[in-house]
Design a protein around this ligand. Structure first.
Ligand SMILES: *[C@@H]1O[C@H](CO)[C@@H](O)[C@H](O)[C@H]1NC(C)=O
Ligand SMILES: *[C@@H]1O[C@H](CO)[C@@H](O)[C@H](O)[C@H]1NC(C)=O
Ligand SMILES: *[C@@H]1O[C@H](CO)[C@@H](O)[C@H](O)[C@H]1NC(C)=O
Ligand SMILES: *[C@@H]1O[C@H](CO)[C@@H](O)[C@H](O)[C@H]1NC(C)=O
Ligand SMILES: *[C@@H]1O[C@H](CO)[C@@H](O)[C@H](O)[C@H]1NC(C)=O
Ligand SMILES: *[C@@H]1O[C@H](CO)[C@@H](O)[C@H](O)[C@H]1NC(C)=O
Ligand SMILES: *[C@@H]1O[C@H](CO)[C@@H](O)[C@H](O)[C@H]1NC(C)=O
Ligand SMILES: *[C@@H]1O[C@H](CO)[C@@H](O)[C@H](O)[C@H]1NC(C)=O
Ligand SMILES: *[C@@H]1O[C@H](CO)[C@@H](O)[C@H](O)[C@H]1NC(C)=O
Ligand SMILES: *[C@@H]1O[C@H](CO)[C@@H](O)[C@H](O)[C@H]1NC(C)=O
Ligand SMILES: *[C@@H]1O[C@H](CO)[C@@H](O)[C@H](O)[C@H]1NC(C)=O
Length: 452
């Protein structure tokens, strides 16, 4: 009887020890430690992991060192070697060597140095590379365990890729002369630097999405704790923004507020232009719709050259009516022209200085979809009662009487994360209960053993 109890207890003990060693995964590399392609650093409470991930780009596999949340389908919040992909197959190693250099080595190619300390470093203290629960990977003095930034030599938060996590900064670091900004991936599969950036404009107090220096989208000016184009009605329930401005730095940061059981915020700038809230699974903006002619939802318009038709503040409005040629005797240029293909008619018309508007004639079945553009030699005749000859056209707003345009719809976006959060929370709760029961059972088993 006693033997069987002991055997049972030992089994529990072994399971417990296994679980414990799994749970007790490392979050730190000490000088001399390496991380291989099949092992993982796990932050203290298990929120984030640091490991090698494989991306398949154009059919070939490459490895990257990445920080991501420890769950299925997690966003890769940080990539350490986006400029130096590691060809496959190879078994890369992340090494924090005895001289406090952090580097990736593999069988092919040169080592990729992520951090090397300055030659004149004065401290005699021991250093460590630790993955924090914020998702920040930090090289610091091993003694500064009080969470202050004292003794920090390097941190991944200073080298953002395409993701803005709570606690990260966007803005200007005057000490390093560097700006903290996001740079999208090159494509959906390729982490190499892409075309789009998200940065903080400290003077204008707004976030901006840019493509090659052109501002396509802004958040609107920060005021009263929120941005006009970042869920102004509800953002304070989720984001606590702070703007820090002093002689060393000028930046925006944020922390998560609200229900701690909601998925944490995680902003990702995708290569196509969507700024996505990965935690809530909702788009903050689709900058790809900001093609230069509208101002919807924070889009920035590239205005027509000043000698063009139209006025400042013009945009296209949809009207019933038709274009009529003013003077058919002056035929030195086309009064209307047709472009076949599924192009964006608005953009083409906006970019063409003499274009007043366009329609999409349905009767041109032989040539497929397209746009018919109308030039400055035409005038627009509005006829909202008409039928037959009149049809729906898009016209520069300055050519029409600003009449009964429908009131702009209130931006009533609802948070979607409840939909995501509920099943996740349920699942987590189940796991927790299971874990709790198992652990209690094991602990009581241990207790019995100790008492013997
Ligand atoms: C990676 O490291 C772990 C622990 O350090 C070790 O158990 C494992 O065998 C290593 N894997 C490879 C492929 O070297
Ligand atoms: C790339 O990796 C995936 C999964 O990791 C694997 O299924 C695939 O065969 C690999 N492709 C090549 C070309 O190695
Ligand atoms: C090390 O050198 C850099 C310039 O190369 C200097 O900015 C820094 O203050 C020096 N640090 C120490 C501890 O001397
Ligand atoms: C944290 O530790 C550093 C030394 O490592 C010390 O200078 C600093 O005052 C400590 N901060 C707090 C808040 O205790
Ligand atoms: C950093 O941002 C500031 C302010 O937006 C800007 O004036 C400066 O040109 C930027 N510097 C770099 C290196 O991008
Ligand atoms: C927002 O952040 C600031 C600074 O980090 C803090 O003082 C404040 O208490 C936070 N507010 C809320 C509602 O969490
Ligand atoms: C940004 O604006 C430029 C100029 O209007 C345009 O060419 C580009 O396609 C836009 N980018 C996105 C992502 O919308
Ligand atoms: C506007 O000016 C540009 C050059 O300055 C010229 O090429 C274009 O034809 C002009 N457009 C009109 C409608 O006058
Ligand atoms: C005829 O068109 C030209 C532009 O091609 C314009 O300069 C001229 O004023 C027009 N003449 C009349 C009578 O509208
Ligand atoms: C139909 O498309 C052709 C070009 O494919 C164009 O020449 C013609 O004017 C169009 N017809 C109408 C009614 O828009
Ligand atoms: C509008 O169209 C209808 C039918 O085509 C016509 O009877 C009416 O006179 C038109 N009104 C104007 C202002 O052109």
């Amino acid at each position: 009887m006693a033997t069987s109890l002991m055997i049972r207890n030992s089994i529990f003990f072994i399971i417990f020890a296994c679980l414990w060693s799994l749970h007790d995964a490392k979050d730190t590399l000490k000088p001399g430690d390496t991380l291989n392609s099949s092992s993982t650093l796990v932050s203290a409470s298990g929120k984030f992991v640091l490991k090698f991930v494989v991306q398949t780009i154009d059919g070939s596999n490459t490895s990257y060192i990445a920080i991501l949340r420890d769950k299925q389908g997690a966003n890769k919040a940080w990539i350490g070697n986006r400029n130096s992909p590691i060809p496959y197959p190879s078994s890369p190693l992340l090494t924090f060597d005895l001289s406090n250099t952090l580097r990736i080595t593999n069988q092919v190619g040169n080592p990729i140095v992520i951090y090397s300390p300055p030659k004149n470093i004065s401290s005699t203290n021991a250093f460590e590379a630790i993955l924090l629960d914020s998702g920040n990977f930090v090289i610091r003095e091993a003694s500064s365990v009080n969470g202050s930034t004292n003794g920090v030599l390097w941190q991944s938060f200073d080298y953002p890729t395409d993701t803005f996590l709570p606690g990260m900064k966007l803005g200007v670091d005057r000490r390093s002369g560097k700006n903290w900004s996001l740079l999208s991936w090159a494509t959906s599969y390729n982490p190499a630097p892409g075309l789009l950036s998200l940065d903080w404009d400290p003077n204008g107090k707004q976030l901006r999405i840019k493509q090659g220096g052109v501002v396509n989208w802004t958040s609107g000016v920060f005021d009263d704790g929120k941005f006009p184009f970042i869920f102004p009605e509800v953002s304070k329930q989720r984001y606590n923004f702070s703007i820090i401005s002093n002689k060393d730095e000028d930046y925006l940061t944020y922390s998560a507020v609200g229900d701690p059981s909601d998925p944490e915020p995680e902003w990702v700038l995708y290569s196509r232009g969507t700024l996505f809230e990965y935690g809530a699974q909702v788009a903050i903006t689709n900058a790809q719709d900001c093609d230069g002619y509208n101002t919807i939802g924070g889009c920035v318009r590239t205005d027509r050259p000043s000698n063009c038709t139209g006025k400042f503040g013009d945009e296209f409005v949809q009207k019933n009516g038709y274009f009529k040629i003013k003077d058919s005797s002056n035929t030195s240029r086309a009064t209307s022209w047709y472009v076949v293909s599924s192009v964006d008619c608005k953009v083409l018309c906006w970019q063409n200085c003499v274009c007043l508007g366009f329609d999409t004639p349905a009767d041109n079945q032989s040539s497929g979809p397209g746009c018919r553009f109308w030039s400055v030699d035409c005038e627009f005749i509005e006829n909202s009662t008409g039928s037959g000859k009149t049809s729906s056209v898009f016209v520069l707003s300055s050519l029409t009487t600003p009449a009964n345009s429908p009131p702009a719809k209130k931006n009533g976006r609802k948070w979607l994360w409840v939909v995501i959060a509920l099943p996740t929370a349920l699942l987590l709760t189940m796991f927790c209960i299971f874990g709790y029961l198992l652990r209690r059972r094991m602990l009581s088993g241990l207790g019995v053993m100790e008492r013997k």
